[in-house]
Write a protein that binds this ligand. Structure first.
Ligand SMILES: CC(=O)Nc1cnc2ccccc2c1
Length: 446
């Protein structure tokens, strides 16, 4: 068999095999650095998770889109010092084109919206589940790919869009068995930071880069952050002002700091009011230290977190009203979120809520002698046309083996095609759930 050949080859790897694989022996069977294989059991979990993502998106009336994993590099070149662009998986292709494996889905969404232009009916509510890439020096041994679920709303300027997106995240958590005691969603607005920076006379064009640096506050030591801000020309005194604003923990306090007619206060108050209507207000935590690390956010930002504080952000998103303009198009209001496939699985594992979907089939069909193989194949074909999943035993096996095989496959029925029954137009059907067996006319099999 193949296995024997492979084993022999690894043992006597000095021989030159007909395949020419000389002393290299077997190929490296591991996937490339930082990437994962999905064996069937992994794929069953992944299909379950993506099924939950898609079910939530559909229950919000969103339409699915996708775009190539390979994009023009220019889609992601943003000089704001973001980690996601510092680690771009970019290269020059054989046509001397600068290309990159997408690190996120939002720029592709923006490209598709611009491609449709005014013909795109608004609001557009689109979702995607796609593999995203980063190129990290393997010093950190972190993964270089993950799958991300995105939901985005194009064309709604009010925080009703963000409220709807937060509702989708909450529904997902509820569907997978997580409660507001397990997870929460921190909510803020970049307009908080914007108003503080205006008070300190920081020029607006530094705003995105300051946000990216401030977002690192919970990842880097403070003096590192101060250093990066100083490089931008933001004096240390500003940092104290920024930090005091980020340490506020109530909307009342924020209103006192920014004044009663602050847009940030209005947006956040409205958002919490809508959250009350949806019934997920208790899942939200106002936390102005949430900035998010993507340069293009312009308003409300949010991130899902585990209340035990053991894991990195579960998901994140916000409003980004100026992205289309950055690509040279006319702006349209946009808001959305990204939800990775890694942290949520870690969290569900920790909570003992990770499903282990078993492989199963409806029927196992076995010819009891080789003359009946065509008959058995016909039975399997009928059952499959009727929508049942059928494992047709392809080698000549005895009853005992067939039974064990059917149980391994968690089959509901074992269909035995035997000579004496077949002469009478019947097959033996064993119901493996009810431990019963009966002779069934072929036409009644469905
Ligand atoms: C926990 C994890 O796998 N994170 C992850 C893995 N791969 C990525 C690839 C691109 C962008 C972000 C990424 C984030």
């Amino acid at each position: 068999s193949m296995r024997a050949m492979v084993d022999a080859r690894t043992v006597a790897c000095k021989t030159t095999e007909p395949t020419g694989r000389t002393d290299k022996g077997i190929i490296d069977t591991q996937p490339p650095r930082g990437t994962r294989d999905f064996f069937p059991e992994d794929m069953r979990l992944r299909n379950w998770l993506f099924g939950e993502f898609a079910a939530v998106s559909s229950s919000f009336g969103f339409e699915q889109f996708d775009a190539p994993v390979l994009e023009s590099e220019e889609l992601f070149v943003r000089k704001a010092g973001e980690e996601i662009t510092d680690q771009l998986y970019n290269f020059e292709d054989k046509g001397q084109r600068r290309v990159a494996l997408r690190p996120e889905l939002t720029p592709s969404l923006a490209r598709l919206v611009l491609q449709r232009g005014r013909t795109l009916p608004l609001p557009a509510k689109w979702f995607a589940i796609g593999q995203c890439w980063r190129y990290e020096r393997m010093t950190r041994g972190r993964r270089r790919e993950h799958y991300q679920w995105n939901m985005d709303i194009v064309g709604v300027a009010g925080v009703e869009a963000e409220a709807e997106l937060l509702a989708a995240i909450v529904l997902f958590f509820e569907r997978v068995g997580l409660s507001k005691d397990d997870v929460g969603i921190k909510v803020s607005s970049r307009k908080v930071l914007q108003s503080v920076l205006v008070q300190y006379g920081i020029p607006p064009e530094s705003f995105a880069r300051v946000c990216v640096i401030v977002d690192k506050l919970d990842k880097l030591p403070r003096e590192k952050v101060e250093e990066e801000l100083r490089v931008l020309g933001v004096p240390p005194s500003t940092i104290d002002g920024v930090l005091s604003a980020l340490s506020i923990r109530s909307l009342e306090e924020l209103s006192r700091l920014l004044g009663p007619d602050s847009e940030a206060v209005a947006d956040l108050s409205r958002l919490f009011q809508l959250a009350e209507g949806y019934g997920y207000k208790d899942w939200l935590v106002f936390d102005p230290s949430v900035v998010r690390g993507l340069a293009y956010y312009t308003g409300i930002v949010f991130e899902g977190f585990d209340r035990e504080g053991k894991l990195r952000a579960i998901c994140g998103g916000g409003r980004y009203d100026r992205l289309l303009g950055a690509f040279g198009g006319d702006n349209a209001p946009m808001a959305g979120f990204g939800f990775g496939d890694a942290v949520i699985v870690e969290l569900l594992k920790e909570k003992g809520k990770l499903p282990a979907p078993p492989h199963r089939v409806d029927d196992v069909v076995v010819p009891l002698d080789m003359a009946l193989r065509p008959a058995a194949s016909g039975i399997a074909a009928r059952l499959r046309r009727a929508g049942r999943s059928v494992d047709l035993v392809l080698e000549n096996k005895k009853m005992k083996w067939a039974f064990k095989h059917a149980e391994k496959l968690n089959a509901s029925r074992l269909v035995l095609v035997g000579a004496s029954e077949w002469e009478r137009g019947k097959v033996v059907v064993k119901d493996l759930a009810k431990f019963q067996q009966e002779e069934v006319p072929v036409e009644d099999l469905i």
